[in-house]
Design a protein around this ligand. Structure first.
Ligand code: SF4
Length: 345
């Protein structure tokens, strides 16, 4: 994984290597304490490390703030750090850059994409949108900056239902890109929406048959699921919510055992917050770790250390794209404030 020699590479070497590999391919010095070094670099450079709940446990433990997409975008909007290191996937780092155009936003590995965001390419979406000229566009935050720029309001899984509910009743709506979340929002709000046909590769991997069998095996367990899961899993679920809502539910519920249908990274925070609860990962269709997001797991402590040390890879966007994509994100943040939806992360 590491390819460059540590013998004082020039800035040009670093940038060339990042272009080739998507991250800084230099092995940190043998024996250094990565936790201590990352802390030191954060202090020296006035940097903040934001990490999504789907990151590995060690990254969550060293982050300044851990959260879901809503909490992280709220944190990104209010930080006074000079550098934001975003341990998540590319669209999240883009969102941080859109909200902080004058700050340096770093992502440990540019290859950390998102299958859901990739399922909605800008050219195809522009053509789709053109078929419904009298519709407004509600986009899930899991989209590229280009899709955000074509949207009227952004939502996260924490606020999609109340925001769609609060939009003017006369608005006709397109929802993109997650059709499962879109169907769930339609069911909860009673509003019709035209859905883009996208899904998340992680949340659609759970097997309905195996989940049913697991429920029979553990009749006292509650099934909790993220709204990106398939409708059959959601219909079976006792509780549906964003990653933060699932965490809060496990913490507060008097129940002791839960079958969890979402990305496996959140189990770390659930175990910390509720060590007395038993958490069982919902079974996937195949015998694999398919509910582990391969994009999120591209980030490592080594890559975070390098990102801070060499200040690369940096997320850059044109000022025009930032201006256009910022409006619907600000509308979401504003509506979330009005609706009292402040994520506690
Ligand atoms: S879990 Fe799904 S939606 Fe989230 S980053 Fe991974 S692929 Fe994208």
């Amino acid at each position: 994984m590491f390819h460059l020699s540590t013998a004082l590479p020039s800035r040009e070497d670093i940038l060339k290597a990042v272009e080739q590999y998507g991250y800084v391919p230099i092995e940190p010095p043998v024996g250094i304490d990565l936790f201590a070094e990352i802390e030191r670099l954060k202090r020296e450079k006035n940097a903040v490390l934001l990490a999504h709940y789907y990151q590995d446990a060690d990254i969550q433990d060293i982050a300044d703030f851990i959260g879901d997409s809503l909490g992280l975008s709220q944190k990104a909007a209010e930080t006074d750090a000079d550098i934001i290191v975003f341990a998540g996937v590319h669209f999240m780092a883009e969102t941080a850059k859109i909200l902080n155009p004058t700050k340096k936003v770093l992502i440990p590995d540019l290859n950390a994409g998102c299958s859901l965001s990739d399922s909605c390419p800008p050219e195809a979406f522009a053509a789709f949108k053109a078929k419904y000229p009298d519709h407004k566009v509600v986009s899930y935050i899991n989209t590229s900056a280009a899709i955000k720029a074509m949207s009227d309001v952004i939502v996260t899984s924490s606020n999609a239902v109340p925001i769609v509910q609060a939009l003017p009743k006369e608005w006709k709506l397109i929802f993109a890109p997650d059709k499962n979340l879109g169907m769930y929002v339609m069911r909860k709000t009673g509003r019709e929406m035209i859905l883009w046909d996208g899904v998340c590769m992680v949340h659609t991997i759970f097997s309905y048959q195996k989940v049913r069998a697991m429920r029979a095996q553990y009749p006292d367990a509650e099934l909790i699921a993220h709204p990106e899961c398939e409708p059959a899993i959601l219909e079976e679920a006792d509780f549906i919510g964003s990653t933060t809502a699932l965490l809060n539910y496990v913490t507060r519920s008097p129940k002791r055992r839960f079958i969890v249908a979402t990305e496996s990274g959140i189990l770390h925070q659930m175990r910390k917050a509720a060590p007395d609860k038993e958490l069982i990962q919902a079974p996937a269709e195949y015998s694999c770790n398919c509910n582990t997001c391969p994009h999120m797991k591209l980030n490592t402590l080594e890559k975070i250390y390098n990102a801070l040390l060499y200040e690369a890879p940096e997320v850059t966007l044109s000022p025009e794209l930032i201006r256009a994509a910022r409006l619907p994100i600000e509308r979401m943040l504003e509506m979330s404030r009005e609706l009292g939806l402040v994520s506690k992360g």
